[in-house]
Design a protein around this ligand. Structure first.
Ligand code: GLA
Length: 729
């Protein structure tokens, strides 16, 4: 790992364990993108930026050298208006109304470690020797606009992590119209564009298509990263699969509206641009002020999508997630949402917890409906005061009843929201996002608090903290159940209204930083109607996310598989729920539901008191089994074996980092008559080792399991599953 500067050729060479990323300054000091891919040795990089002379439709900013047209050169942080016609990384309007700026090299620093980003989530280095950072400083002579391009590499992770800081060193205000986190120019278009798209209850389906001239893009304009598009795209070689081929991943550490696009131009080069969505965004940068973009985490793999994902998993699990729970195994929980919805009382909750305790469950989570007078979703968001009708002894009493069962107690909040029917809204009607004189559009009968305001954020911190102080609460589910409309703030002046959505994110991040620091032992799980904000920004504060409101085992195959493209299994909440399933009405066996949910932070979300003795015995066994393998789920390497997007079956496995143990899951959706014998090949094992399967006498070679595989047992009926647990002997 390291960053080297070749002063003679003005080349910066960033090296990860297996990756190189090369930047070269052209003769005018503009940073050019020379290379990103498999690691190469240090060389002068001569001739990497030589380009042929083009026709007059590629303008030449320096007439004496007709090979220079920014329209044909691969750049690091491109502008628009000075000869490049592709989408720029930034655009700034000056006081005279013009939008032309030119950034050129001023100086650079190479520092050990990785400086923090002010006010924003980011990956980090715990020790200086874990990472190195290049800070490349550029300037526009005429305005005093300074731009710091930061690039970090890690000793143990093959990621190039980028962000941009703009400083106004001039005298006049600058209006930022577009400030992306990163832009990468590839020299060809032999790529497929991979994205994770969906909707509520069917998040993160994997889509893959060939890139074509023009723009292919995903974006959110919802004020959150969204169910519909995840802030992640990859460019992969057309032949790439799980094990082979090149994959370039782009993952944005941000929870608000974003854009991620690939533009193929006239010369069949491909430009990837990722960052805050410029749509409906502007930022006024007064003299002396700074603007920091979110971080972009770029991962290159020459061993297919599987290795790309594992790089993201390891980095996000160990150097994005933080806090006491990062390296601790997570508790098995039971949540009352699908068990009771809003209709519960303290006795009912205690009864569910009691059965949970008998079955080995470690944490009880009280979901929506414990506060205000919330008997349905019409009211009370914002009034975080216990409802004594349901819980006469209050939260402390209920928590201690649960604690007496030797179980932890967790609680649901939706802090960013306010119901029109709430004391909070009646007292502070201007505390929600709104535009004066316009309708306040409701969704799920609720409005969004204006977190661009400090006073609202302070209120939020205090109201959530005082509940957390009032009872022994060791887990919080932080929900957010709608997207933004009428995005405006009562406190911002007219020229700053379009800053509201990003200021909201900065406010939210401050709230999360404050609360998670004040309660370091609480395990936080983020949620947004399931996986509507499953993004790296939230993972920085909360090490796990409720993957989807859809708990159906079959639907979950696609959801969890798609999510695993970027996010570690340790980040995914997965629960066994009742059948017929509440979202899709499907009947699946308790075994299959358990086998699917075990590939995540495992729990139950059903009324345990309604279960038969036979079912309870199965649950008890599942909980025991999960406790046996959860270190693999939460800290192991994840290998996808069969894709639910390609066939009738799905399989994946989790392998200990030292390959001493593995847990593999196989699910076949529809039964096939007279089916052929099918062998499943495992991955990631130690080829030279021997493994015992499922505590039985069966012993297999690691090579045998990977190269020959094992026959999949005959499964009768639809939605059947099988699991294997291998332990090295
Ligand atoms: C959202 C969450 C659910 C549940 C409900 C409660 O939909 O995703 O898990 O907490 O809110 O209202």
């Amino acid at each position: 790992m390291g960053i080297h500067f070749n002063a003679e050729h003005r080349v910066f060479h960033l090296q990860g364990p297996n990756t190189s990323y090369v930047i070269q300054l052209n003769k005018n000091g503009v940073p050019m993108h020379a290379y990103w891919g498999r690691k190469v040795s240090d060389a002068p990089w001569e001739g990497m930026l030589d380009f042929q002379e083009r026709a007059s439709f590629s303008p030449n900013p320096f007439p004496e050298d007709r090979t220079v047209s920014f329209d044909t050169l691969p750049q690091e942080y491109p502008a628009y208006g000075t000869s490049d016609f592709r989408h720029p990384a930034y655009q700034i309007q000056l006081e005279d109304g013009s939008t032309i700026t030119e950034l050129a090299y001023v100086e650079h620093r190479i520092v050990n470690g990785k400086p923090k980003l002010k006010g924003l989530p980011s990956t980090y280095a715990e020790k200086e020797e874990e990472a190195q950072t290049l800070e490349l400083v550029l300037q526009d002579e005429k305005t005093g606009l300074r731009v710091l391009l930061a690039y970090s590499v890690f000793a143990e992770h093959d990621a190039i992590v980028r962000s941009v800081k703009l400083s106004n060193k001039g005298e006049s205000a600058l209006r930022l119209l577009r400030v992306l986190s990163g832009s990468v120019d590839f020299r060809h278009d032999r790529f497929h564009f991979l994205q994770l798209s969906g909707a509520w209850a069917r998040e993160r389906d994997v889509y893959r298509r060939q890139v074509v001239p023009g723009i292919q893009s995903v974006e959110s304009r919802r004020g959150s990263s969204s169910h519909q598009q995840n802030p992640f795209v990859a460019l992969v070689s057309p032949n790439a699969n799980e094990n082979h081929g090149e994959a370039y991943g782009f993952s944005l550490v941000y929870s608000g509206s974003f854009v991620a696009q690939a533009e193929v131009d006239q010369f069949r080069t491909t430009r990837v641009s990722v960052g805050i969505n410029p749509f409906d965004f502007e930022w006024l940068l007064e003299a002396g002020e700074e603007f920091q973009t979110p971080e972009l985490v770029m991962v290159y793999s020459c061993e297919g999508l599987g290795e790309m994902s594992r790089t993201y998993h390891r980095l996000y699990r160990s150097r994005l997630c933080r806090g006491a729970h990062r390296d601790r195994t997570r508790p098995v929980l039971v949540n009352n949402w699908e068990a009771t919805y809003f209709q519960f009382n303290a006795d009912k909750i205690e009864n569910i917890a009691k059965v949970g305790q008998e079955l080995g469950i470690e944490l009880f989570v009280l979901d929506d409906g414990w506060f205000g007078h919330r008997d349905n979703d019409d009211s009370s968001l914002g009034d975080w005061k216990v409802d004594y009708r349901k819980l006469p002894g209050g939260l402390a009493d209920l928590a201690s009843r649960v604690n007496r069962l030797d179980m932890q107690f967790g609680l649901w909040f939706e802090p960013e929201m306010v119901s029109p029917d709430s004391d909070l809204y009646r007292t502070h009607p201007d505390w929600c996002l709104h535009v004066e004189g316009r309708r306040r559009t409701e969704a799920r009968q609720q409005l969004i608090l204006d977190l661009s305001r400090d006073d609202v954020c302070d209120y939020l911190i205090e109201s959530v903290s005082s509940v957390l102080r009032s009872a022994p609460i060791t887990y919080v589910k932080w929900d957010m159940n709608r997207n933004m409309t009428e995005i405006g703030s009562a406190l911002l002046p007219p020229q700053r209204q379009r800053e509201t959505a990003h200021r909201y994110m900065l406010g939210l991040y401050r709230v999360l930083e404050t609360i998670t620091s004040e309660f370091p032992d609480v395990l936080f799980e983020s949620c947004s109607g399931g996986g509507g904000r499953f993004d790296p920004g939230m993972l920085y504060y909360m090490p796990q996310t409720w993957t989807s409101d859809n708990t159906d085992a079959v639907s979950r195959l696609r959801i969890q598989y798609g999510t695993s493209m970027v996010y570690p299994v340790s980040a995914m909440g997965a629960h066994v729920s009742a059948v017929p399933n509440h979202q899709v009405n499907r009947m699946t066996s308790l075994k299959t539901r358990g086998d699917v949910a075990m590939s995540g932070n495992f729990g139950y979300e059903l009324d345990l008191t309604q279960m038969s003795d036979e079912e309870k015995a199965i649950v008890k066994d599942q909980v025991r089994q999960y406790k046996d393998i959860r270190h693999l789920v939460q800290f192991g390497d994840f290998y996808r074996l069969r894709s639910p997007f390609e066939g009738n079956d799905t399989s994946w496995m989790m392998v200990a980092a030292d390959r001493s143990e593995a847990f593999a899951v196989y699910i076949r959706v529809l039964a096939e008559p007279n089916a052929p014998l099918d062998w499943l090949k495992f991955k990631g094992l130690d080829a030279s080792a021997r493994y015992r399967a499922d505590g039985s006498d069966a012993i297999y070679g690691g090579d045998q399991l990977m190269y020959a595989g094992l026959p999949i047992p005959r499964l009768h009926g639809d939605y059947q599953s099988h699991v294997w647990h291998f332990v090295r002997i």
